[in-house]
Write a protein that binds this ligand. Structure first.
Ligand SMILES: Nc1ncnc2c1ncn2[C@@H]1O[C@H](COP(=O)(O)OP(=O)(O)O)[C@@H](O)[C@H]1O
Ligand SMILES: C[C@H](O)[C@H](O)[C@@H](O)C(=O)COP(=O)(O)O
Ligand SMILES: [Mg+2]
Length: 485
């Protein structure tokens, strides 16, 4: 029986989870280490604390060894698009810049002078988001790029730190908007447009590739287990979808964390005009699947409210306060760019309500209610669009909400009511589960993804929320607001 360690690092937190399959053929999981994640200003840029993350991973792996586990498999998944640059001595150049940094504020406009956004979408199938790697590289400082030998996406960089091996794992590489959706390889025209060559990127590998052994002697101050690193579906959302126990067809997911990623798993790329106009993306999933999804601002909104309030209220308390507040007092477009990285989220939301002549939320409960109401309304609007775009003439039968946000039963029920769809909430650690099952498939303890999903279904608890009667007109009023705002 193998032991697997999932290292899942989202934008707000990271965790190490020990897992194995027990004698009842169920996946056993235990969180052995958790740590905060976030970015801070370093000079001109908002940067991730990558050395801190490496230390936290080592602390977590030492806890694994202290548990008596001397040998294990390890997989790392993280958020998308961001990267580290490494010089030809294999040393990191500077700090990884966060996708929320303002350096790309004008990048889409400027790059669109060289290639139309429609053409860019047709080539890549990827949503137009200013933080995509293509736009980050377009504005990257030239003298920095000139020193760079290799670009490593965050999970690939972390795998390199621990094994010395450099790869570019495909699920996360698809978020860069530099891979051609048809050839499945780097798009030479796009690389030329941003002034880089294919040599900048280590070889593309499929999720499930064995990366190599951890180089323990690089970390003499830590007592570490022997570890075989697997390059899992290293985009955390790809692992989240893999860890979602959807059955048969006509199911959709919301990977609900810092972002809410609402989508379906399919095997065909959709780059039609209506998908482009709705800004849906075709990110690559494990085993040649496609994650056709929409980025929705997600729990970032409430995370930033909590931070502005110096964490006076926990997330469960904020959900409870919201449930006691008057519903639907104001509409906000949660995906408005002003909410991507404001100085103060509370003030940003209040300003938005003022300039749209709406009631301004003031108390923690009113602000949380405004956020959760409008997330659920956005989910309902996007699920309608998704159903039309994904060509399934049948309604989505079941909406799986996974990730930390799936713990918010208030929001889960609100979502069921507004979408009119059965919501199945959990597992909250679906990302780590997807990370783990990919390792199990790579070590041949599990045969394939259908078998893995059966195992997941039999191993974890889920909460089902059936739609309850709600105000039928509110969604129509919201749609009108979003069209006009
Ligand atoms: N018990 C809870 N009640 C309400 N919200 C919760 C609860 N637990 C977690 N959350 C929400 O989940 C979010 C974290 O989700 P997670 O998937 O860990 O994020 P990420 O992977 O992006 O760091 C928190 O910001 C919070 O909004
Ligand atoms: C910037 C990307 O859209 C973002 O990373 C998203 O794809 C993602 O991975 C969200 O993961 P979280 O766990 O940080 O919500
Ligand atoms: Mg996450």
């Amino acid at each position: 029986m193998n032991t697997y360690i999932a290292i899942d690092i989202g934008a707000s937190s990271g965790r190490l989870i020990i897992s194995s399959i027990n004698e009842e053929n169920k996946i056993m999981m235990e969180e052995i280490h958790r740590f905060k994640n976030g970015f801070s200003k370093k000079g001109r840029y908002d940067c991730w604390e990558i050395d801190y993350l490496i230390q936290e991973i080592l602390v977590g792996l030492e806890k694994v060894k202290n548990r008596g586990i001397t040998s294990c498999h390890v997989g790392i998944d993280t958020w998308a698009v961001d990267y580290c640059l490494v010089n030809n001595s294999g040393e990191r150049i500077g700090e990884p810049i966060s996708y929320r940094d303002s350096r790309t504020n004008n990048a889409v406009t400027n790059l669109s002078k060289k290639i139309s956004l429609e053409k860019l979408y047709e080539k890549t199938g990827v949503q137009i988001q200013p933080f995509n790697t293509i736009f980050q590289l377009f504005v990257e400082e030239r003298q920095v790029l000139d020193q760079a030998d290799k670009l490593l996406l965050i999970p690939d960089y972390l795998g390199y730190v621990f094994t010395g091996k450099m790869v570019t794992e495909k699920t996360n590489a698809s978020t860069m908007q530099l891979l051609n959706a048809n050839t499945k390889h780097w798009d030479a025209d796009l690389l030329k447009l941003i002034g880089v060559t294919e040599n900048l990127f280590p070889p593309l590998v499929d999720a499930g590739t064995i990366l190599g052994q951890m180089q323990k002697d690089k970390f003499p101050e830590f007592d570490l287990p022997d570890a075989t690193f697997v390059s899992v579906a290293s985009h955390d959302t790809a692992s989240a979808v893999l860890g979602t126990p959807g059955e048969s067809s006509n199911w959709a997911y919301i990977s609900s964390g810092t972002w809410s990623l609402l989508g379906v798993e399919t095997n065909v790329i959709n780059v039609h005009q209506d998908a482009f106009l709705a800004n849906y993306t075709n990110e690559w999933g494990a085993h040649n699947s496609i994650r056709f999804l929409k980025n929705i601002m997600g729990m970032w909104l409430i995370q930033e409210v909590a931070r502005s309030q110096n964490y006076t209220h926990s997330y469960p308390e904020l959900a409870d306060l919201a449930s006691q507040a008057v519903p639907y007092q104001q509409f906000i477009d949660v995906n408005d760019g002003r909410f991507l990285n404001p100085v103060n989220m509370i003030e940003e939301i209040q300003e938005y309500c003022k300039i749209t002549n709406q009631i301004v939320p003031k108390t923690a409960g009113e602000i949380a209610r405004c956020i959760y109401d409008n997330l659920a309304l956005c989910y309902a609007l996007e699920l309608e669009k998704l159903t039309k775009l994904s060509g399934t003439d049948q309604k989505i039968k079941r909406l799986h909400i996974v990730g930390g946000g799936s713990n918010n039963q208030f929001l889960n029920q609100l979502t069921a009511n507004l979408t009119g769809t059965i919501v199945e909430a959990g597992p909250s650690e679906a990302t780590a589960i997807g990370n783990i099952v990919m390792q199990m498939i790579a070590s041949e303890e599990v045969t394939d993804i259908p078998a893995a999903r059966k195992l997941i279904k039999n191993s974890f608890e889920f909460t089902v929320h059936k739609p309850e009667r709600n105000d039928e007109t509110i969604l129509e009023k919201y749609k009108q607001f979003i069209e006009e705002v």
